[in-house]
Each structure stands twice: as structure tokens, then as C-alpha cells.
Design a protein around this ligand. Structure first.
Ligand code: NAD
Length: 292
């Protein structure tokens, strides 16, 4: 397997820009793509701001920041990925959309290039089957915010080769992150455990057991969680939370994973959490204010 020098990233949302950030700092060339060109512009600005904070805190040097930023370029379309050694897909959590992306990339990427997905829940085997290279396809599940979170889950599809797995492990090592290997089951390890807890917190709100503030304070001070579950759901994105619950519910065919109707309603309203300025909290002021 050839050396990985250039990495394409599809989807420049909150995860895509974090992935670009850590990859560029680790010395990879990064090409960033999004269906919405404004998102790529916003992503580059966020990366600059976030690296600037890392410089101010003494985590990285100014030189490392300047060099890393110079390694990031924009890819207006997938044809610009022709020379990439790896493409990581981090677009919206939707199986049909991701399958379409991998089918399209198949005709463009060089034969030896690897494909990875940052999906939080969707079958790696199923996504790999939409590509022309299921053996060179893997799940690389980063955590949010990528520059700060230590874990990367690695998930092999049924056809993923040993060489692809080794290449993925080497990338995680080069990022100085820690991996947890998960089998390819709905939502893998982290979200299989985390997401039903967040969904339950939303049920607790829906049933009137407590207010937003009481639920979050309860779990922060009572269970020693750094963020309350509703605050965390807003941070992840309520559309992503709902998509993951749907994958768990359908994939494991068990009613215990039923998405809370209040979560569905918030997503229908377009209240997706921090990224849209409103979720279980309103983020328009200086400090978040509970919305219920
Ligand atoms: P996001 O909404 O911030 O970003 C998604 C981006 O994908 C948007 O910018 C959108 O324009 C873009 N996009 C949609 N369709 C596209 C296409 N066809 N081609 C190119 N770009 C396209 O969402 P996010 O939180 O960054 O999530 C992205 C992925 O990462 C999802 O699979 C999600 O499950 C996963 N993930 C999310 C988190 C989290 O905490 N938010 C954590 C780990 C993994």
C-alpha cells in the first residue's frame, strides 16, 4: 500500500473541518469539498480561528499553524480528488446521500486510493458496497471537536482488507490519537451507548420529569459528566442524533431505541442545536438560554 500524502475530505461541516485541521497539522495535504461552497469558506475560517487558539495556548507553534494552513486547499468538485491517496467522507448522516458520494468517487479516485467514512452509525459494509473498492474501504469515526478529542473508532466492513486496516491504524497513530476497534453493528460502540442516553434525556424532558436546566445540572453534578445530555445533543446536532437513533431503531429492531417524538419535532422545526443557533438552548445571546 502506497504512502498517504494527500487526503480529500467530503463535507466541510463541524466534523469535516475538524478532520482537515488535525490532518493538516499532522503533515498531510488536505483538499476540502462541500456541496455548499460557503461551507468550505466558513470551514477554513474556523480552522484558522481554532489553530490560532491552539497557538495562544502554547499547544502548537505559529510556524506549525502557518505550515498546516498552507497544506489545506479547496476542491470545488470530486474530479480534483483524482490524486488523493485517501478520501474521508464526512457529509450529512444519510445513507442514500453517502452511497451516492461513494459511487461518484469510485469513477474518479485512483485505483490504490483508500475510502473512509466518518459516519456515526451507518453500516460500513453497506456504504463500502456502493463503492468500487470494498476492500480498501473503512470506517474512521472521529469525535467532536476533532482537535480536542483523543478517540478515533475504527470499523472494518466485511470486505475491508488487512492492509486497509493497518493503514487506518497508522493514520490514527500519526495523529497521536487513540483507537477503539468496533465491529460493524449499528452506531458501533460509542454511539450505541451514548445516543440512547441522550434520547432518554429528551424523553425525560418530553414527559415533564424535569426542565432542561434540571436534567443537565442533574447529569453534570450527579453523574460527573462534563456536559449535560441536552447540551451535548445540541453540540452534536439534533439532526445527527435523530439519524443515529433511527439507524439503531431500524437496525436492531428493538423499541427501546425509539427516537423521542420531541427530538423529531425539533428537527422538523429546523432547531438542530448549536449549528443553527437553537435547540434545547437558544444560542443567540452571550450565554445559552434553555428553550423549555
Ligand atoms: P454538519 O451538518 O455540520 O456538516 C455536514 C456537511 O455535509 C454540510 O456542510 C453539508 O453541506 C455537507 N454535504 C451534504 N451533502 C453533501 C454532498 N453530497 N457532498 C458534499 N458535502 C455535502 O454535520 P457534521 O456534524 O459535520 O456531521 C458529518 C458526519 O460526521 C455525519 O456522518 C455525522 O454522523 C458524523 N459525525 C458527527 C459527529 C458530531 O458530533 N456532530 C461526531 C462524529 C461523527
Amino acid at each position: 500500500m502506497g504512502a498517504i500524502v494527500t487526503i480529500g475530505v467530503v463535507g466541510a461541516g463541524q466534523m469535516g473541518h475538524g478532520i482537515a485541521h488535525v490532518m493538516a497539522l499532522a503533515g498531510y495535504n488536505v483538499m476540502l469539498n462541500d456541496i455548499d461552497p460557503d461551507r468550505v469558506m466558513a470551514a477554513v475560517t474556523s480552522i484558522e480561528n481554532n489553530m490560532g487558539r491552539q497557538v495562544a495556548k502554547g499547544i502548537i507553534t505559529q510556524t506549525a499553524m502557518t505550515t498546516a494552513l498552507a497544506r489545506i486547499s479547496r476542491a470545488e468538485n470530486f474530479s480534483m480528488f483524482a490524486d488523493c491517496d485517501l478520501v474521508i467522507e464526512s457529509a450529512t448522516e444519510n445513507q442514500a446521500l453517502k452511497k451516492k458520494i461513494f459511487a461518484e468517487l469510485s469513477g474518479i479516485l485512483k485505483k490504490e486510493a483508500l475510502m473512509a467514512t466518518n459516519t456515526s452509525s451507518i453500516s460500513i459494509t453497506g456504504l463500502a458496497a456502493s463503492s468500487d473498492r470494498p476492500d480498501r474501504f473503512i470506517g474512521l469515526h472521529f469525535m467532536n471537536p476533532v482537535p480536542m478529542m483523543q478517540l478515533v473508532e475504527i470499523i472494518r466492513g466485511i470486505a475491508t482488507s488487512k492492509e486497509t486496516f493497518e493503514a487506518a491504524k497508522a493514520i490514527v497513530e500519526r495523529l497521536n490519537k487513540t483507537m477503539a476497534v468496533s465491529e460493524d453493528f449499528p452506531a458501533f460502540i460509542v454511539n450505541r451507548v451514548l445516543m440512547p442516553m441522550l434520547n432518554e434525556a429528551i424523553y425525560t424532558l418530553y414527559e415533564g420529569v424535569g426542565t432542561v436546566e434540571a436534567i443537565d445540572t442533574g447529569m453534570k453534578l450527579g453523574a460527573n459528566h462534563p456536559m449535560g445530555p441536552l447540551e451535548l445533543a445540541d453540540f452534536i446536532g439534533l439532526d445527527t442524533c435523530l439519524a443515529i437513533m433511527q439507524v439503531l431503531y431500524e437496525g436492531l429492531a428493538d423499541s427501546k431505541y425509539r427516537p423521542c417524538p420531541l427530538l423529531v419535532k425539533y428537527v422538523e422545526a429546523g432547531w438542530l442545536g448549536r449549528k443553527t443557533g437553537r435547540g434545547f438552548y437558544d444560542y443567540s445571546g452571550a450565554a445559552p438560554v434553555p428553550t423549555r
